[in-house]
Ligand binder design. Structure first.
Ligand code: MRU
Length: 344
């Protein structure tokens, strides 16, 4: 399984796997300034809610390494936090990780440590966020299996990439798939291609296929037909932000899947770490939805496929209302009735 999407090197330079080049090329990029980290998130060289949080946390170490003295240290961190918060608006893990890094920086800036000691402490915090994500993801998979939500022989439909590539390891939606594979179970996965950015076609199929998991690619508009023909047992998706009432923002197309699942009586599960739950959002209407460049729709790998100048609406996420969700599975357990406020 892929597990080296991002790491920090001795001179506090960040290395990231360029997901824009997958699946045809494995390319690692070096990021050495907070601006570099901003663009790698914004341009989706790295993407997926938990991974964005991890990369942003390392981005703060990079921001702080240019501090001239202890006074400048906190200033550099705060500027870095403000800059990175503007990179992408929907995945709350970004804001969660940045707030945690800022809190750590504030604590250590009062401790009388040297800049280099403070930098090491910040790096430890970013690494802790990275490690905790691995543990949480594995636990999410275990919670699916221990609660009988994924069983030997299951056929699972997933959307976008909530896989190892979107996290630090295991993924969220894919975690029970990897654990089922570890157990020698026979499971099958259908992956939606996920227009327009094709995270399903380029990334989910790539990582599951590499891991030896039986995966079949379909276009997004085939999902309903697959459900109607009883070809899948359940749907598992990830999340970018979960509101207090259990409404879930995830990749555009997720809500349509949930409506279809409801129509055909198929369980619809959301897999996410608790860092994806935003207790400050009362419901889905308060979740900011990113709109991306129209060219993601009007062009196909640089080739114009729609009339020049055509109006385009390109929301990157949608919100699935809680009543369409069978359960939300986190590292802490299974929340089966998301109609009530989540209780963390
Ligand atoms: O635009 P992306 O590729 O960052 O969107 C990713 C998703 O929507 C994922 O499903 C979500 O972040 C969960 S990743 C574990």
């Amino acid at each position: 399984m892929l597990d080296s999407m991002v790491w920090i090197e001795k001179e506090k330079k960040l290395k990231v796997l360029n997901q824009r080049k997958l699946p045809t090329e494995i390319e690692y990029l070096e990021k050495n300034t907070v601006d570099d980290v901003f663009w790698t998130i914004k341009n989706m060289e790295v993407r997926g809610a938990p991974l964005i949080g991890v990369v942003a946390a390392y981005g703060i170490v990079i921001a702080a390494k240019y501090a001239k003295d202890a006074n400048d240290f906190l200033k550099k961190v705060e500027l870095g936090v403000e800059k990175l918060k503007k990179s992408r608006p929907t995945a709350v893990n970004l804001f969660w990780a940045l707030d945690r890094m800022k809190k750590k920086a504030m604590e250590i800036s009062k401790s009388g440590m040297s800049v280099s000691e403070m930098l090491d402490e910040l790096e430890k915090e970013a690494k802790a966020i990275h490690e905790e994500d691995i543990t949480s993801n594995r636990k999410i998979g275990e919670n699916f299996i221990e609660n009988g939500l994924v069983k030997d022989g299951d056929v699972i439909l997933t959307h976008c990439n909530a896989g190892a590539l979107a996290t630090s390891k295991y993924g969220t939606a894919t975690s029970p798939m990897y654990l089922a594979k570890e157990k020698g179970w026979n499971i099958k996965v259908f992956a939606d291609e996920t227009r327009p950015y094709l995270q399903g076609a380029r990334l989910t199929t790539f990582e599951l296929f590499q891991a030896g998991i039986d995966v079949t690619l379909i276009c997004d508009n085939m999902a309903g037909w697959v459900m109607k023909n009883k070809m899948i047992d359940k749907i598992i998706v990830g999340a970018d932000r979960i509101a207090r009432n259990g409404d879930v923002a995830n990749k555009i197309g997720t809500m349509s899947l949930a409506v279809l699942a409801n129509r055909f009586g198929i369980p619809f599960y959301v897999a996410a770490p608790t860092s994806t739950i935003d207790m400050n959002c009362k419901d889905g209407s308060e979740i900011p939805i990113e709109e991306r460049n129209p060219e993601e729709i009007t062009k196909w790998f640089g080739i114009q496929i729609a009339p020049e100048g055509i109006n385009v609406f390109n929301p990157a996420f949608d919100v699935t209302p809680n009543e369409l969700i069978t359960a939300i599975v986190t590292e802490k357990g299974v929340i089966k009735v998301p109609e009530r406020d989540l209780d963390l």
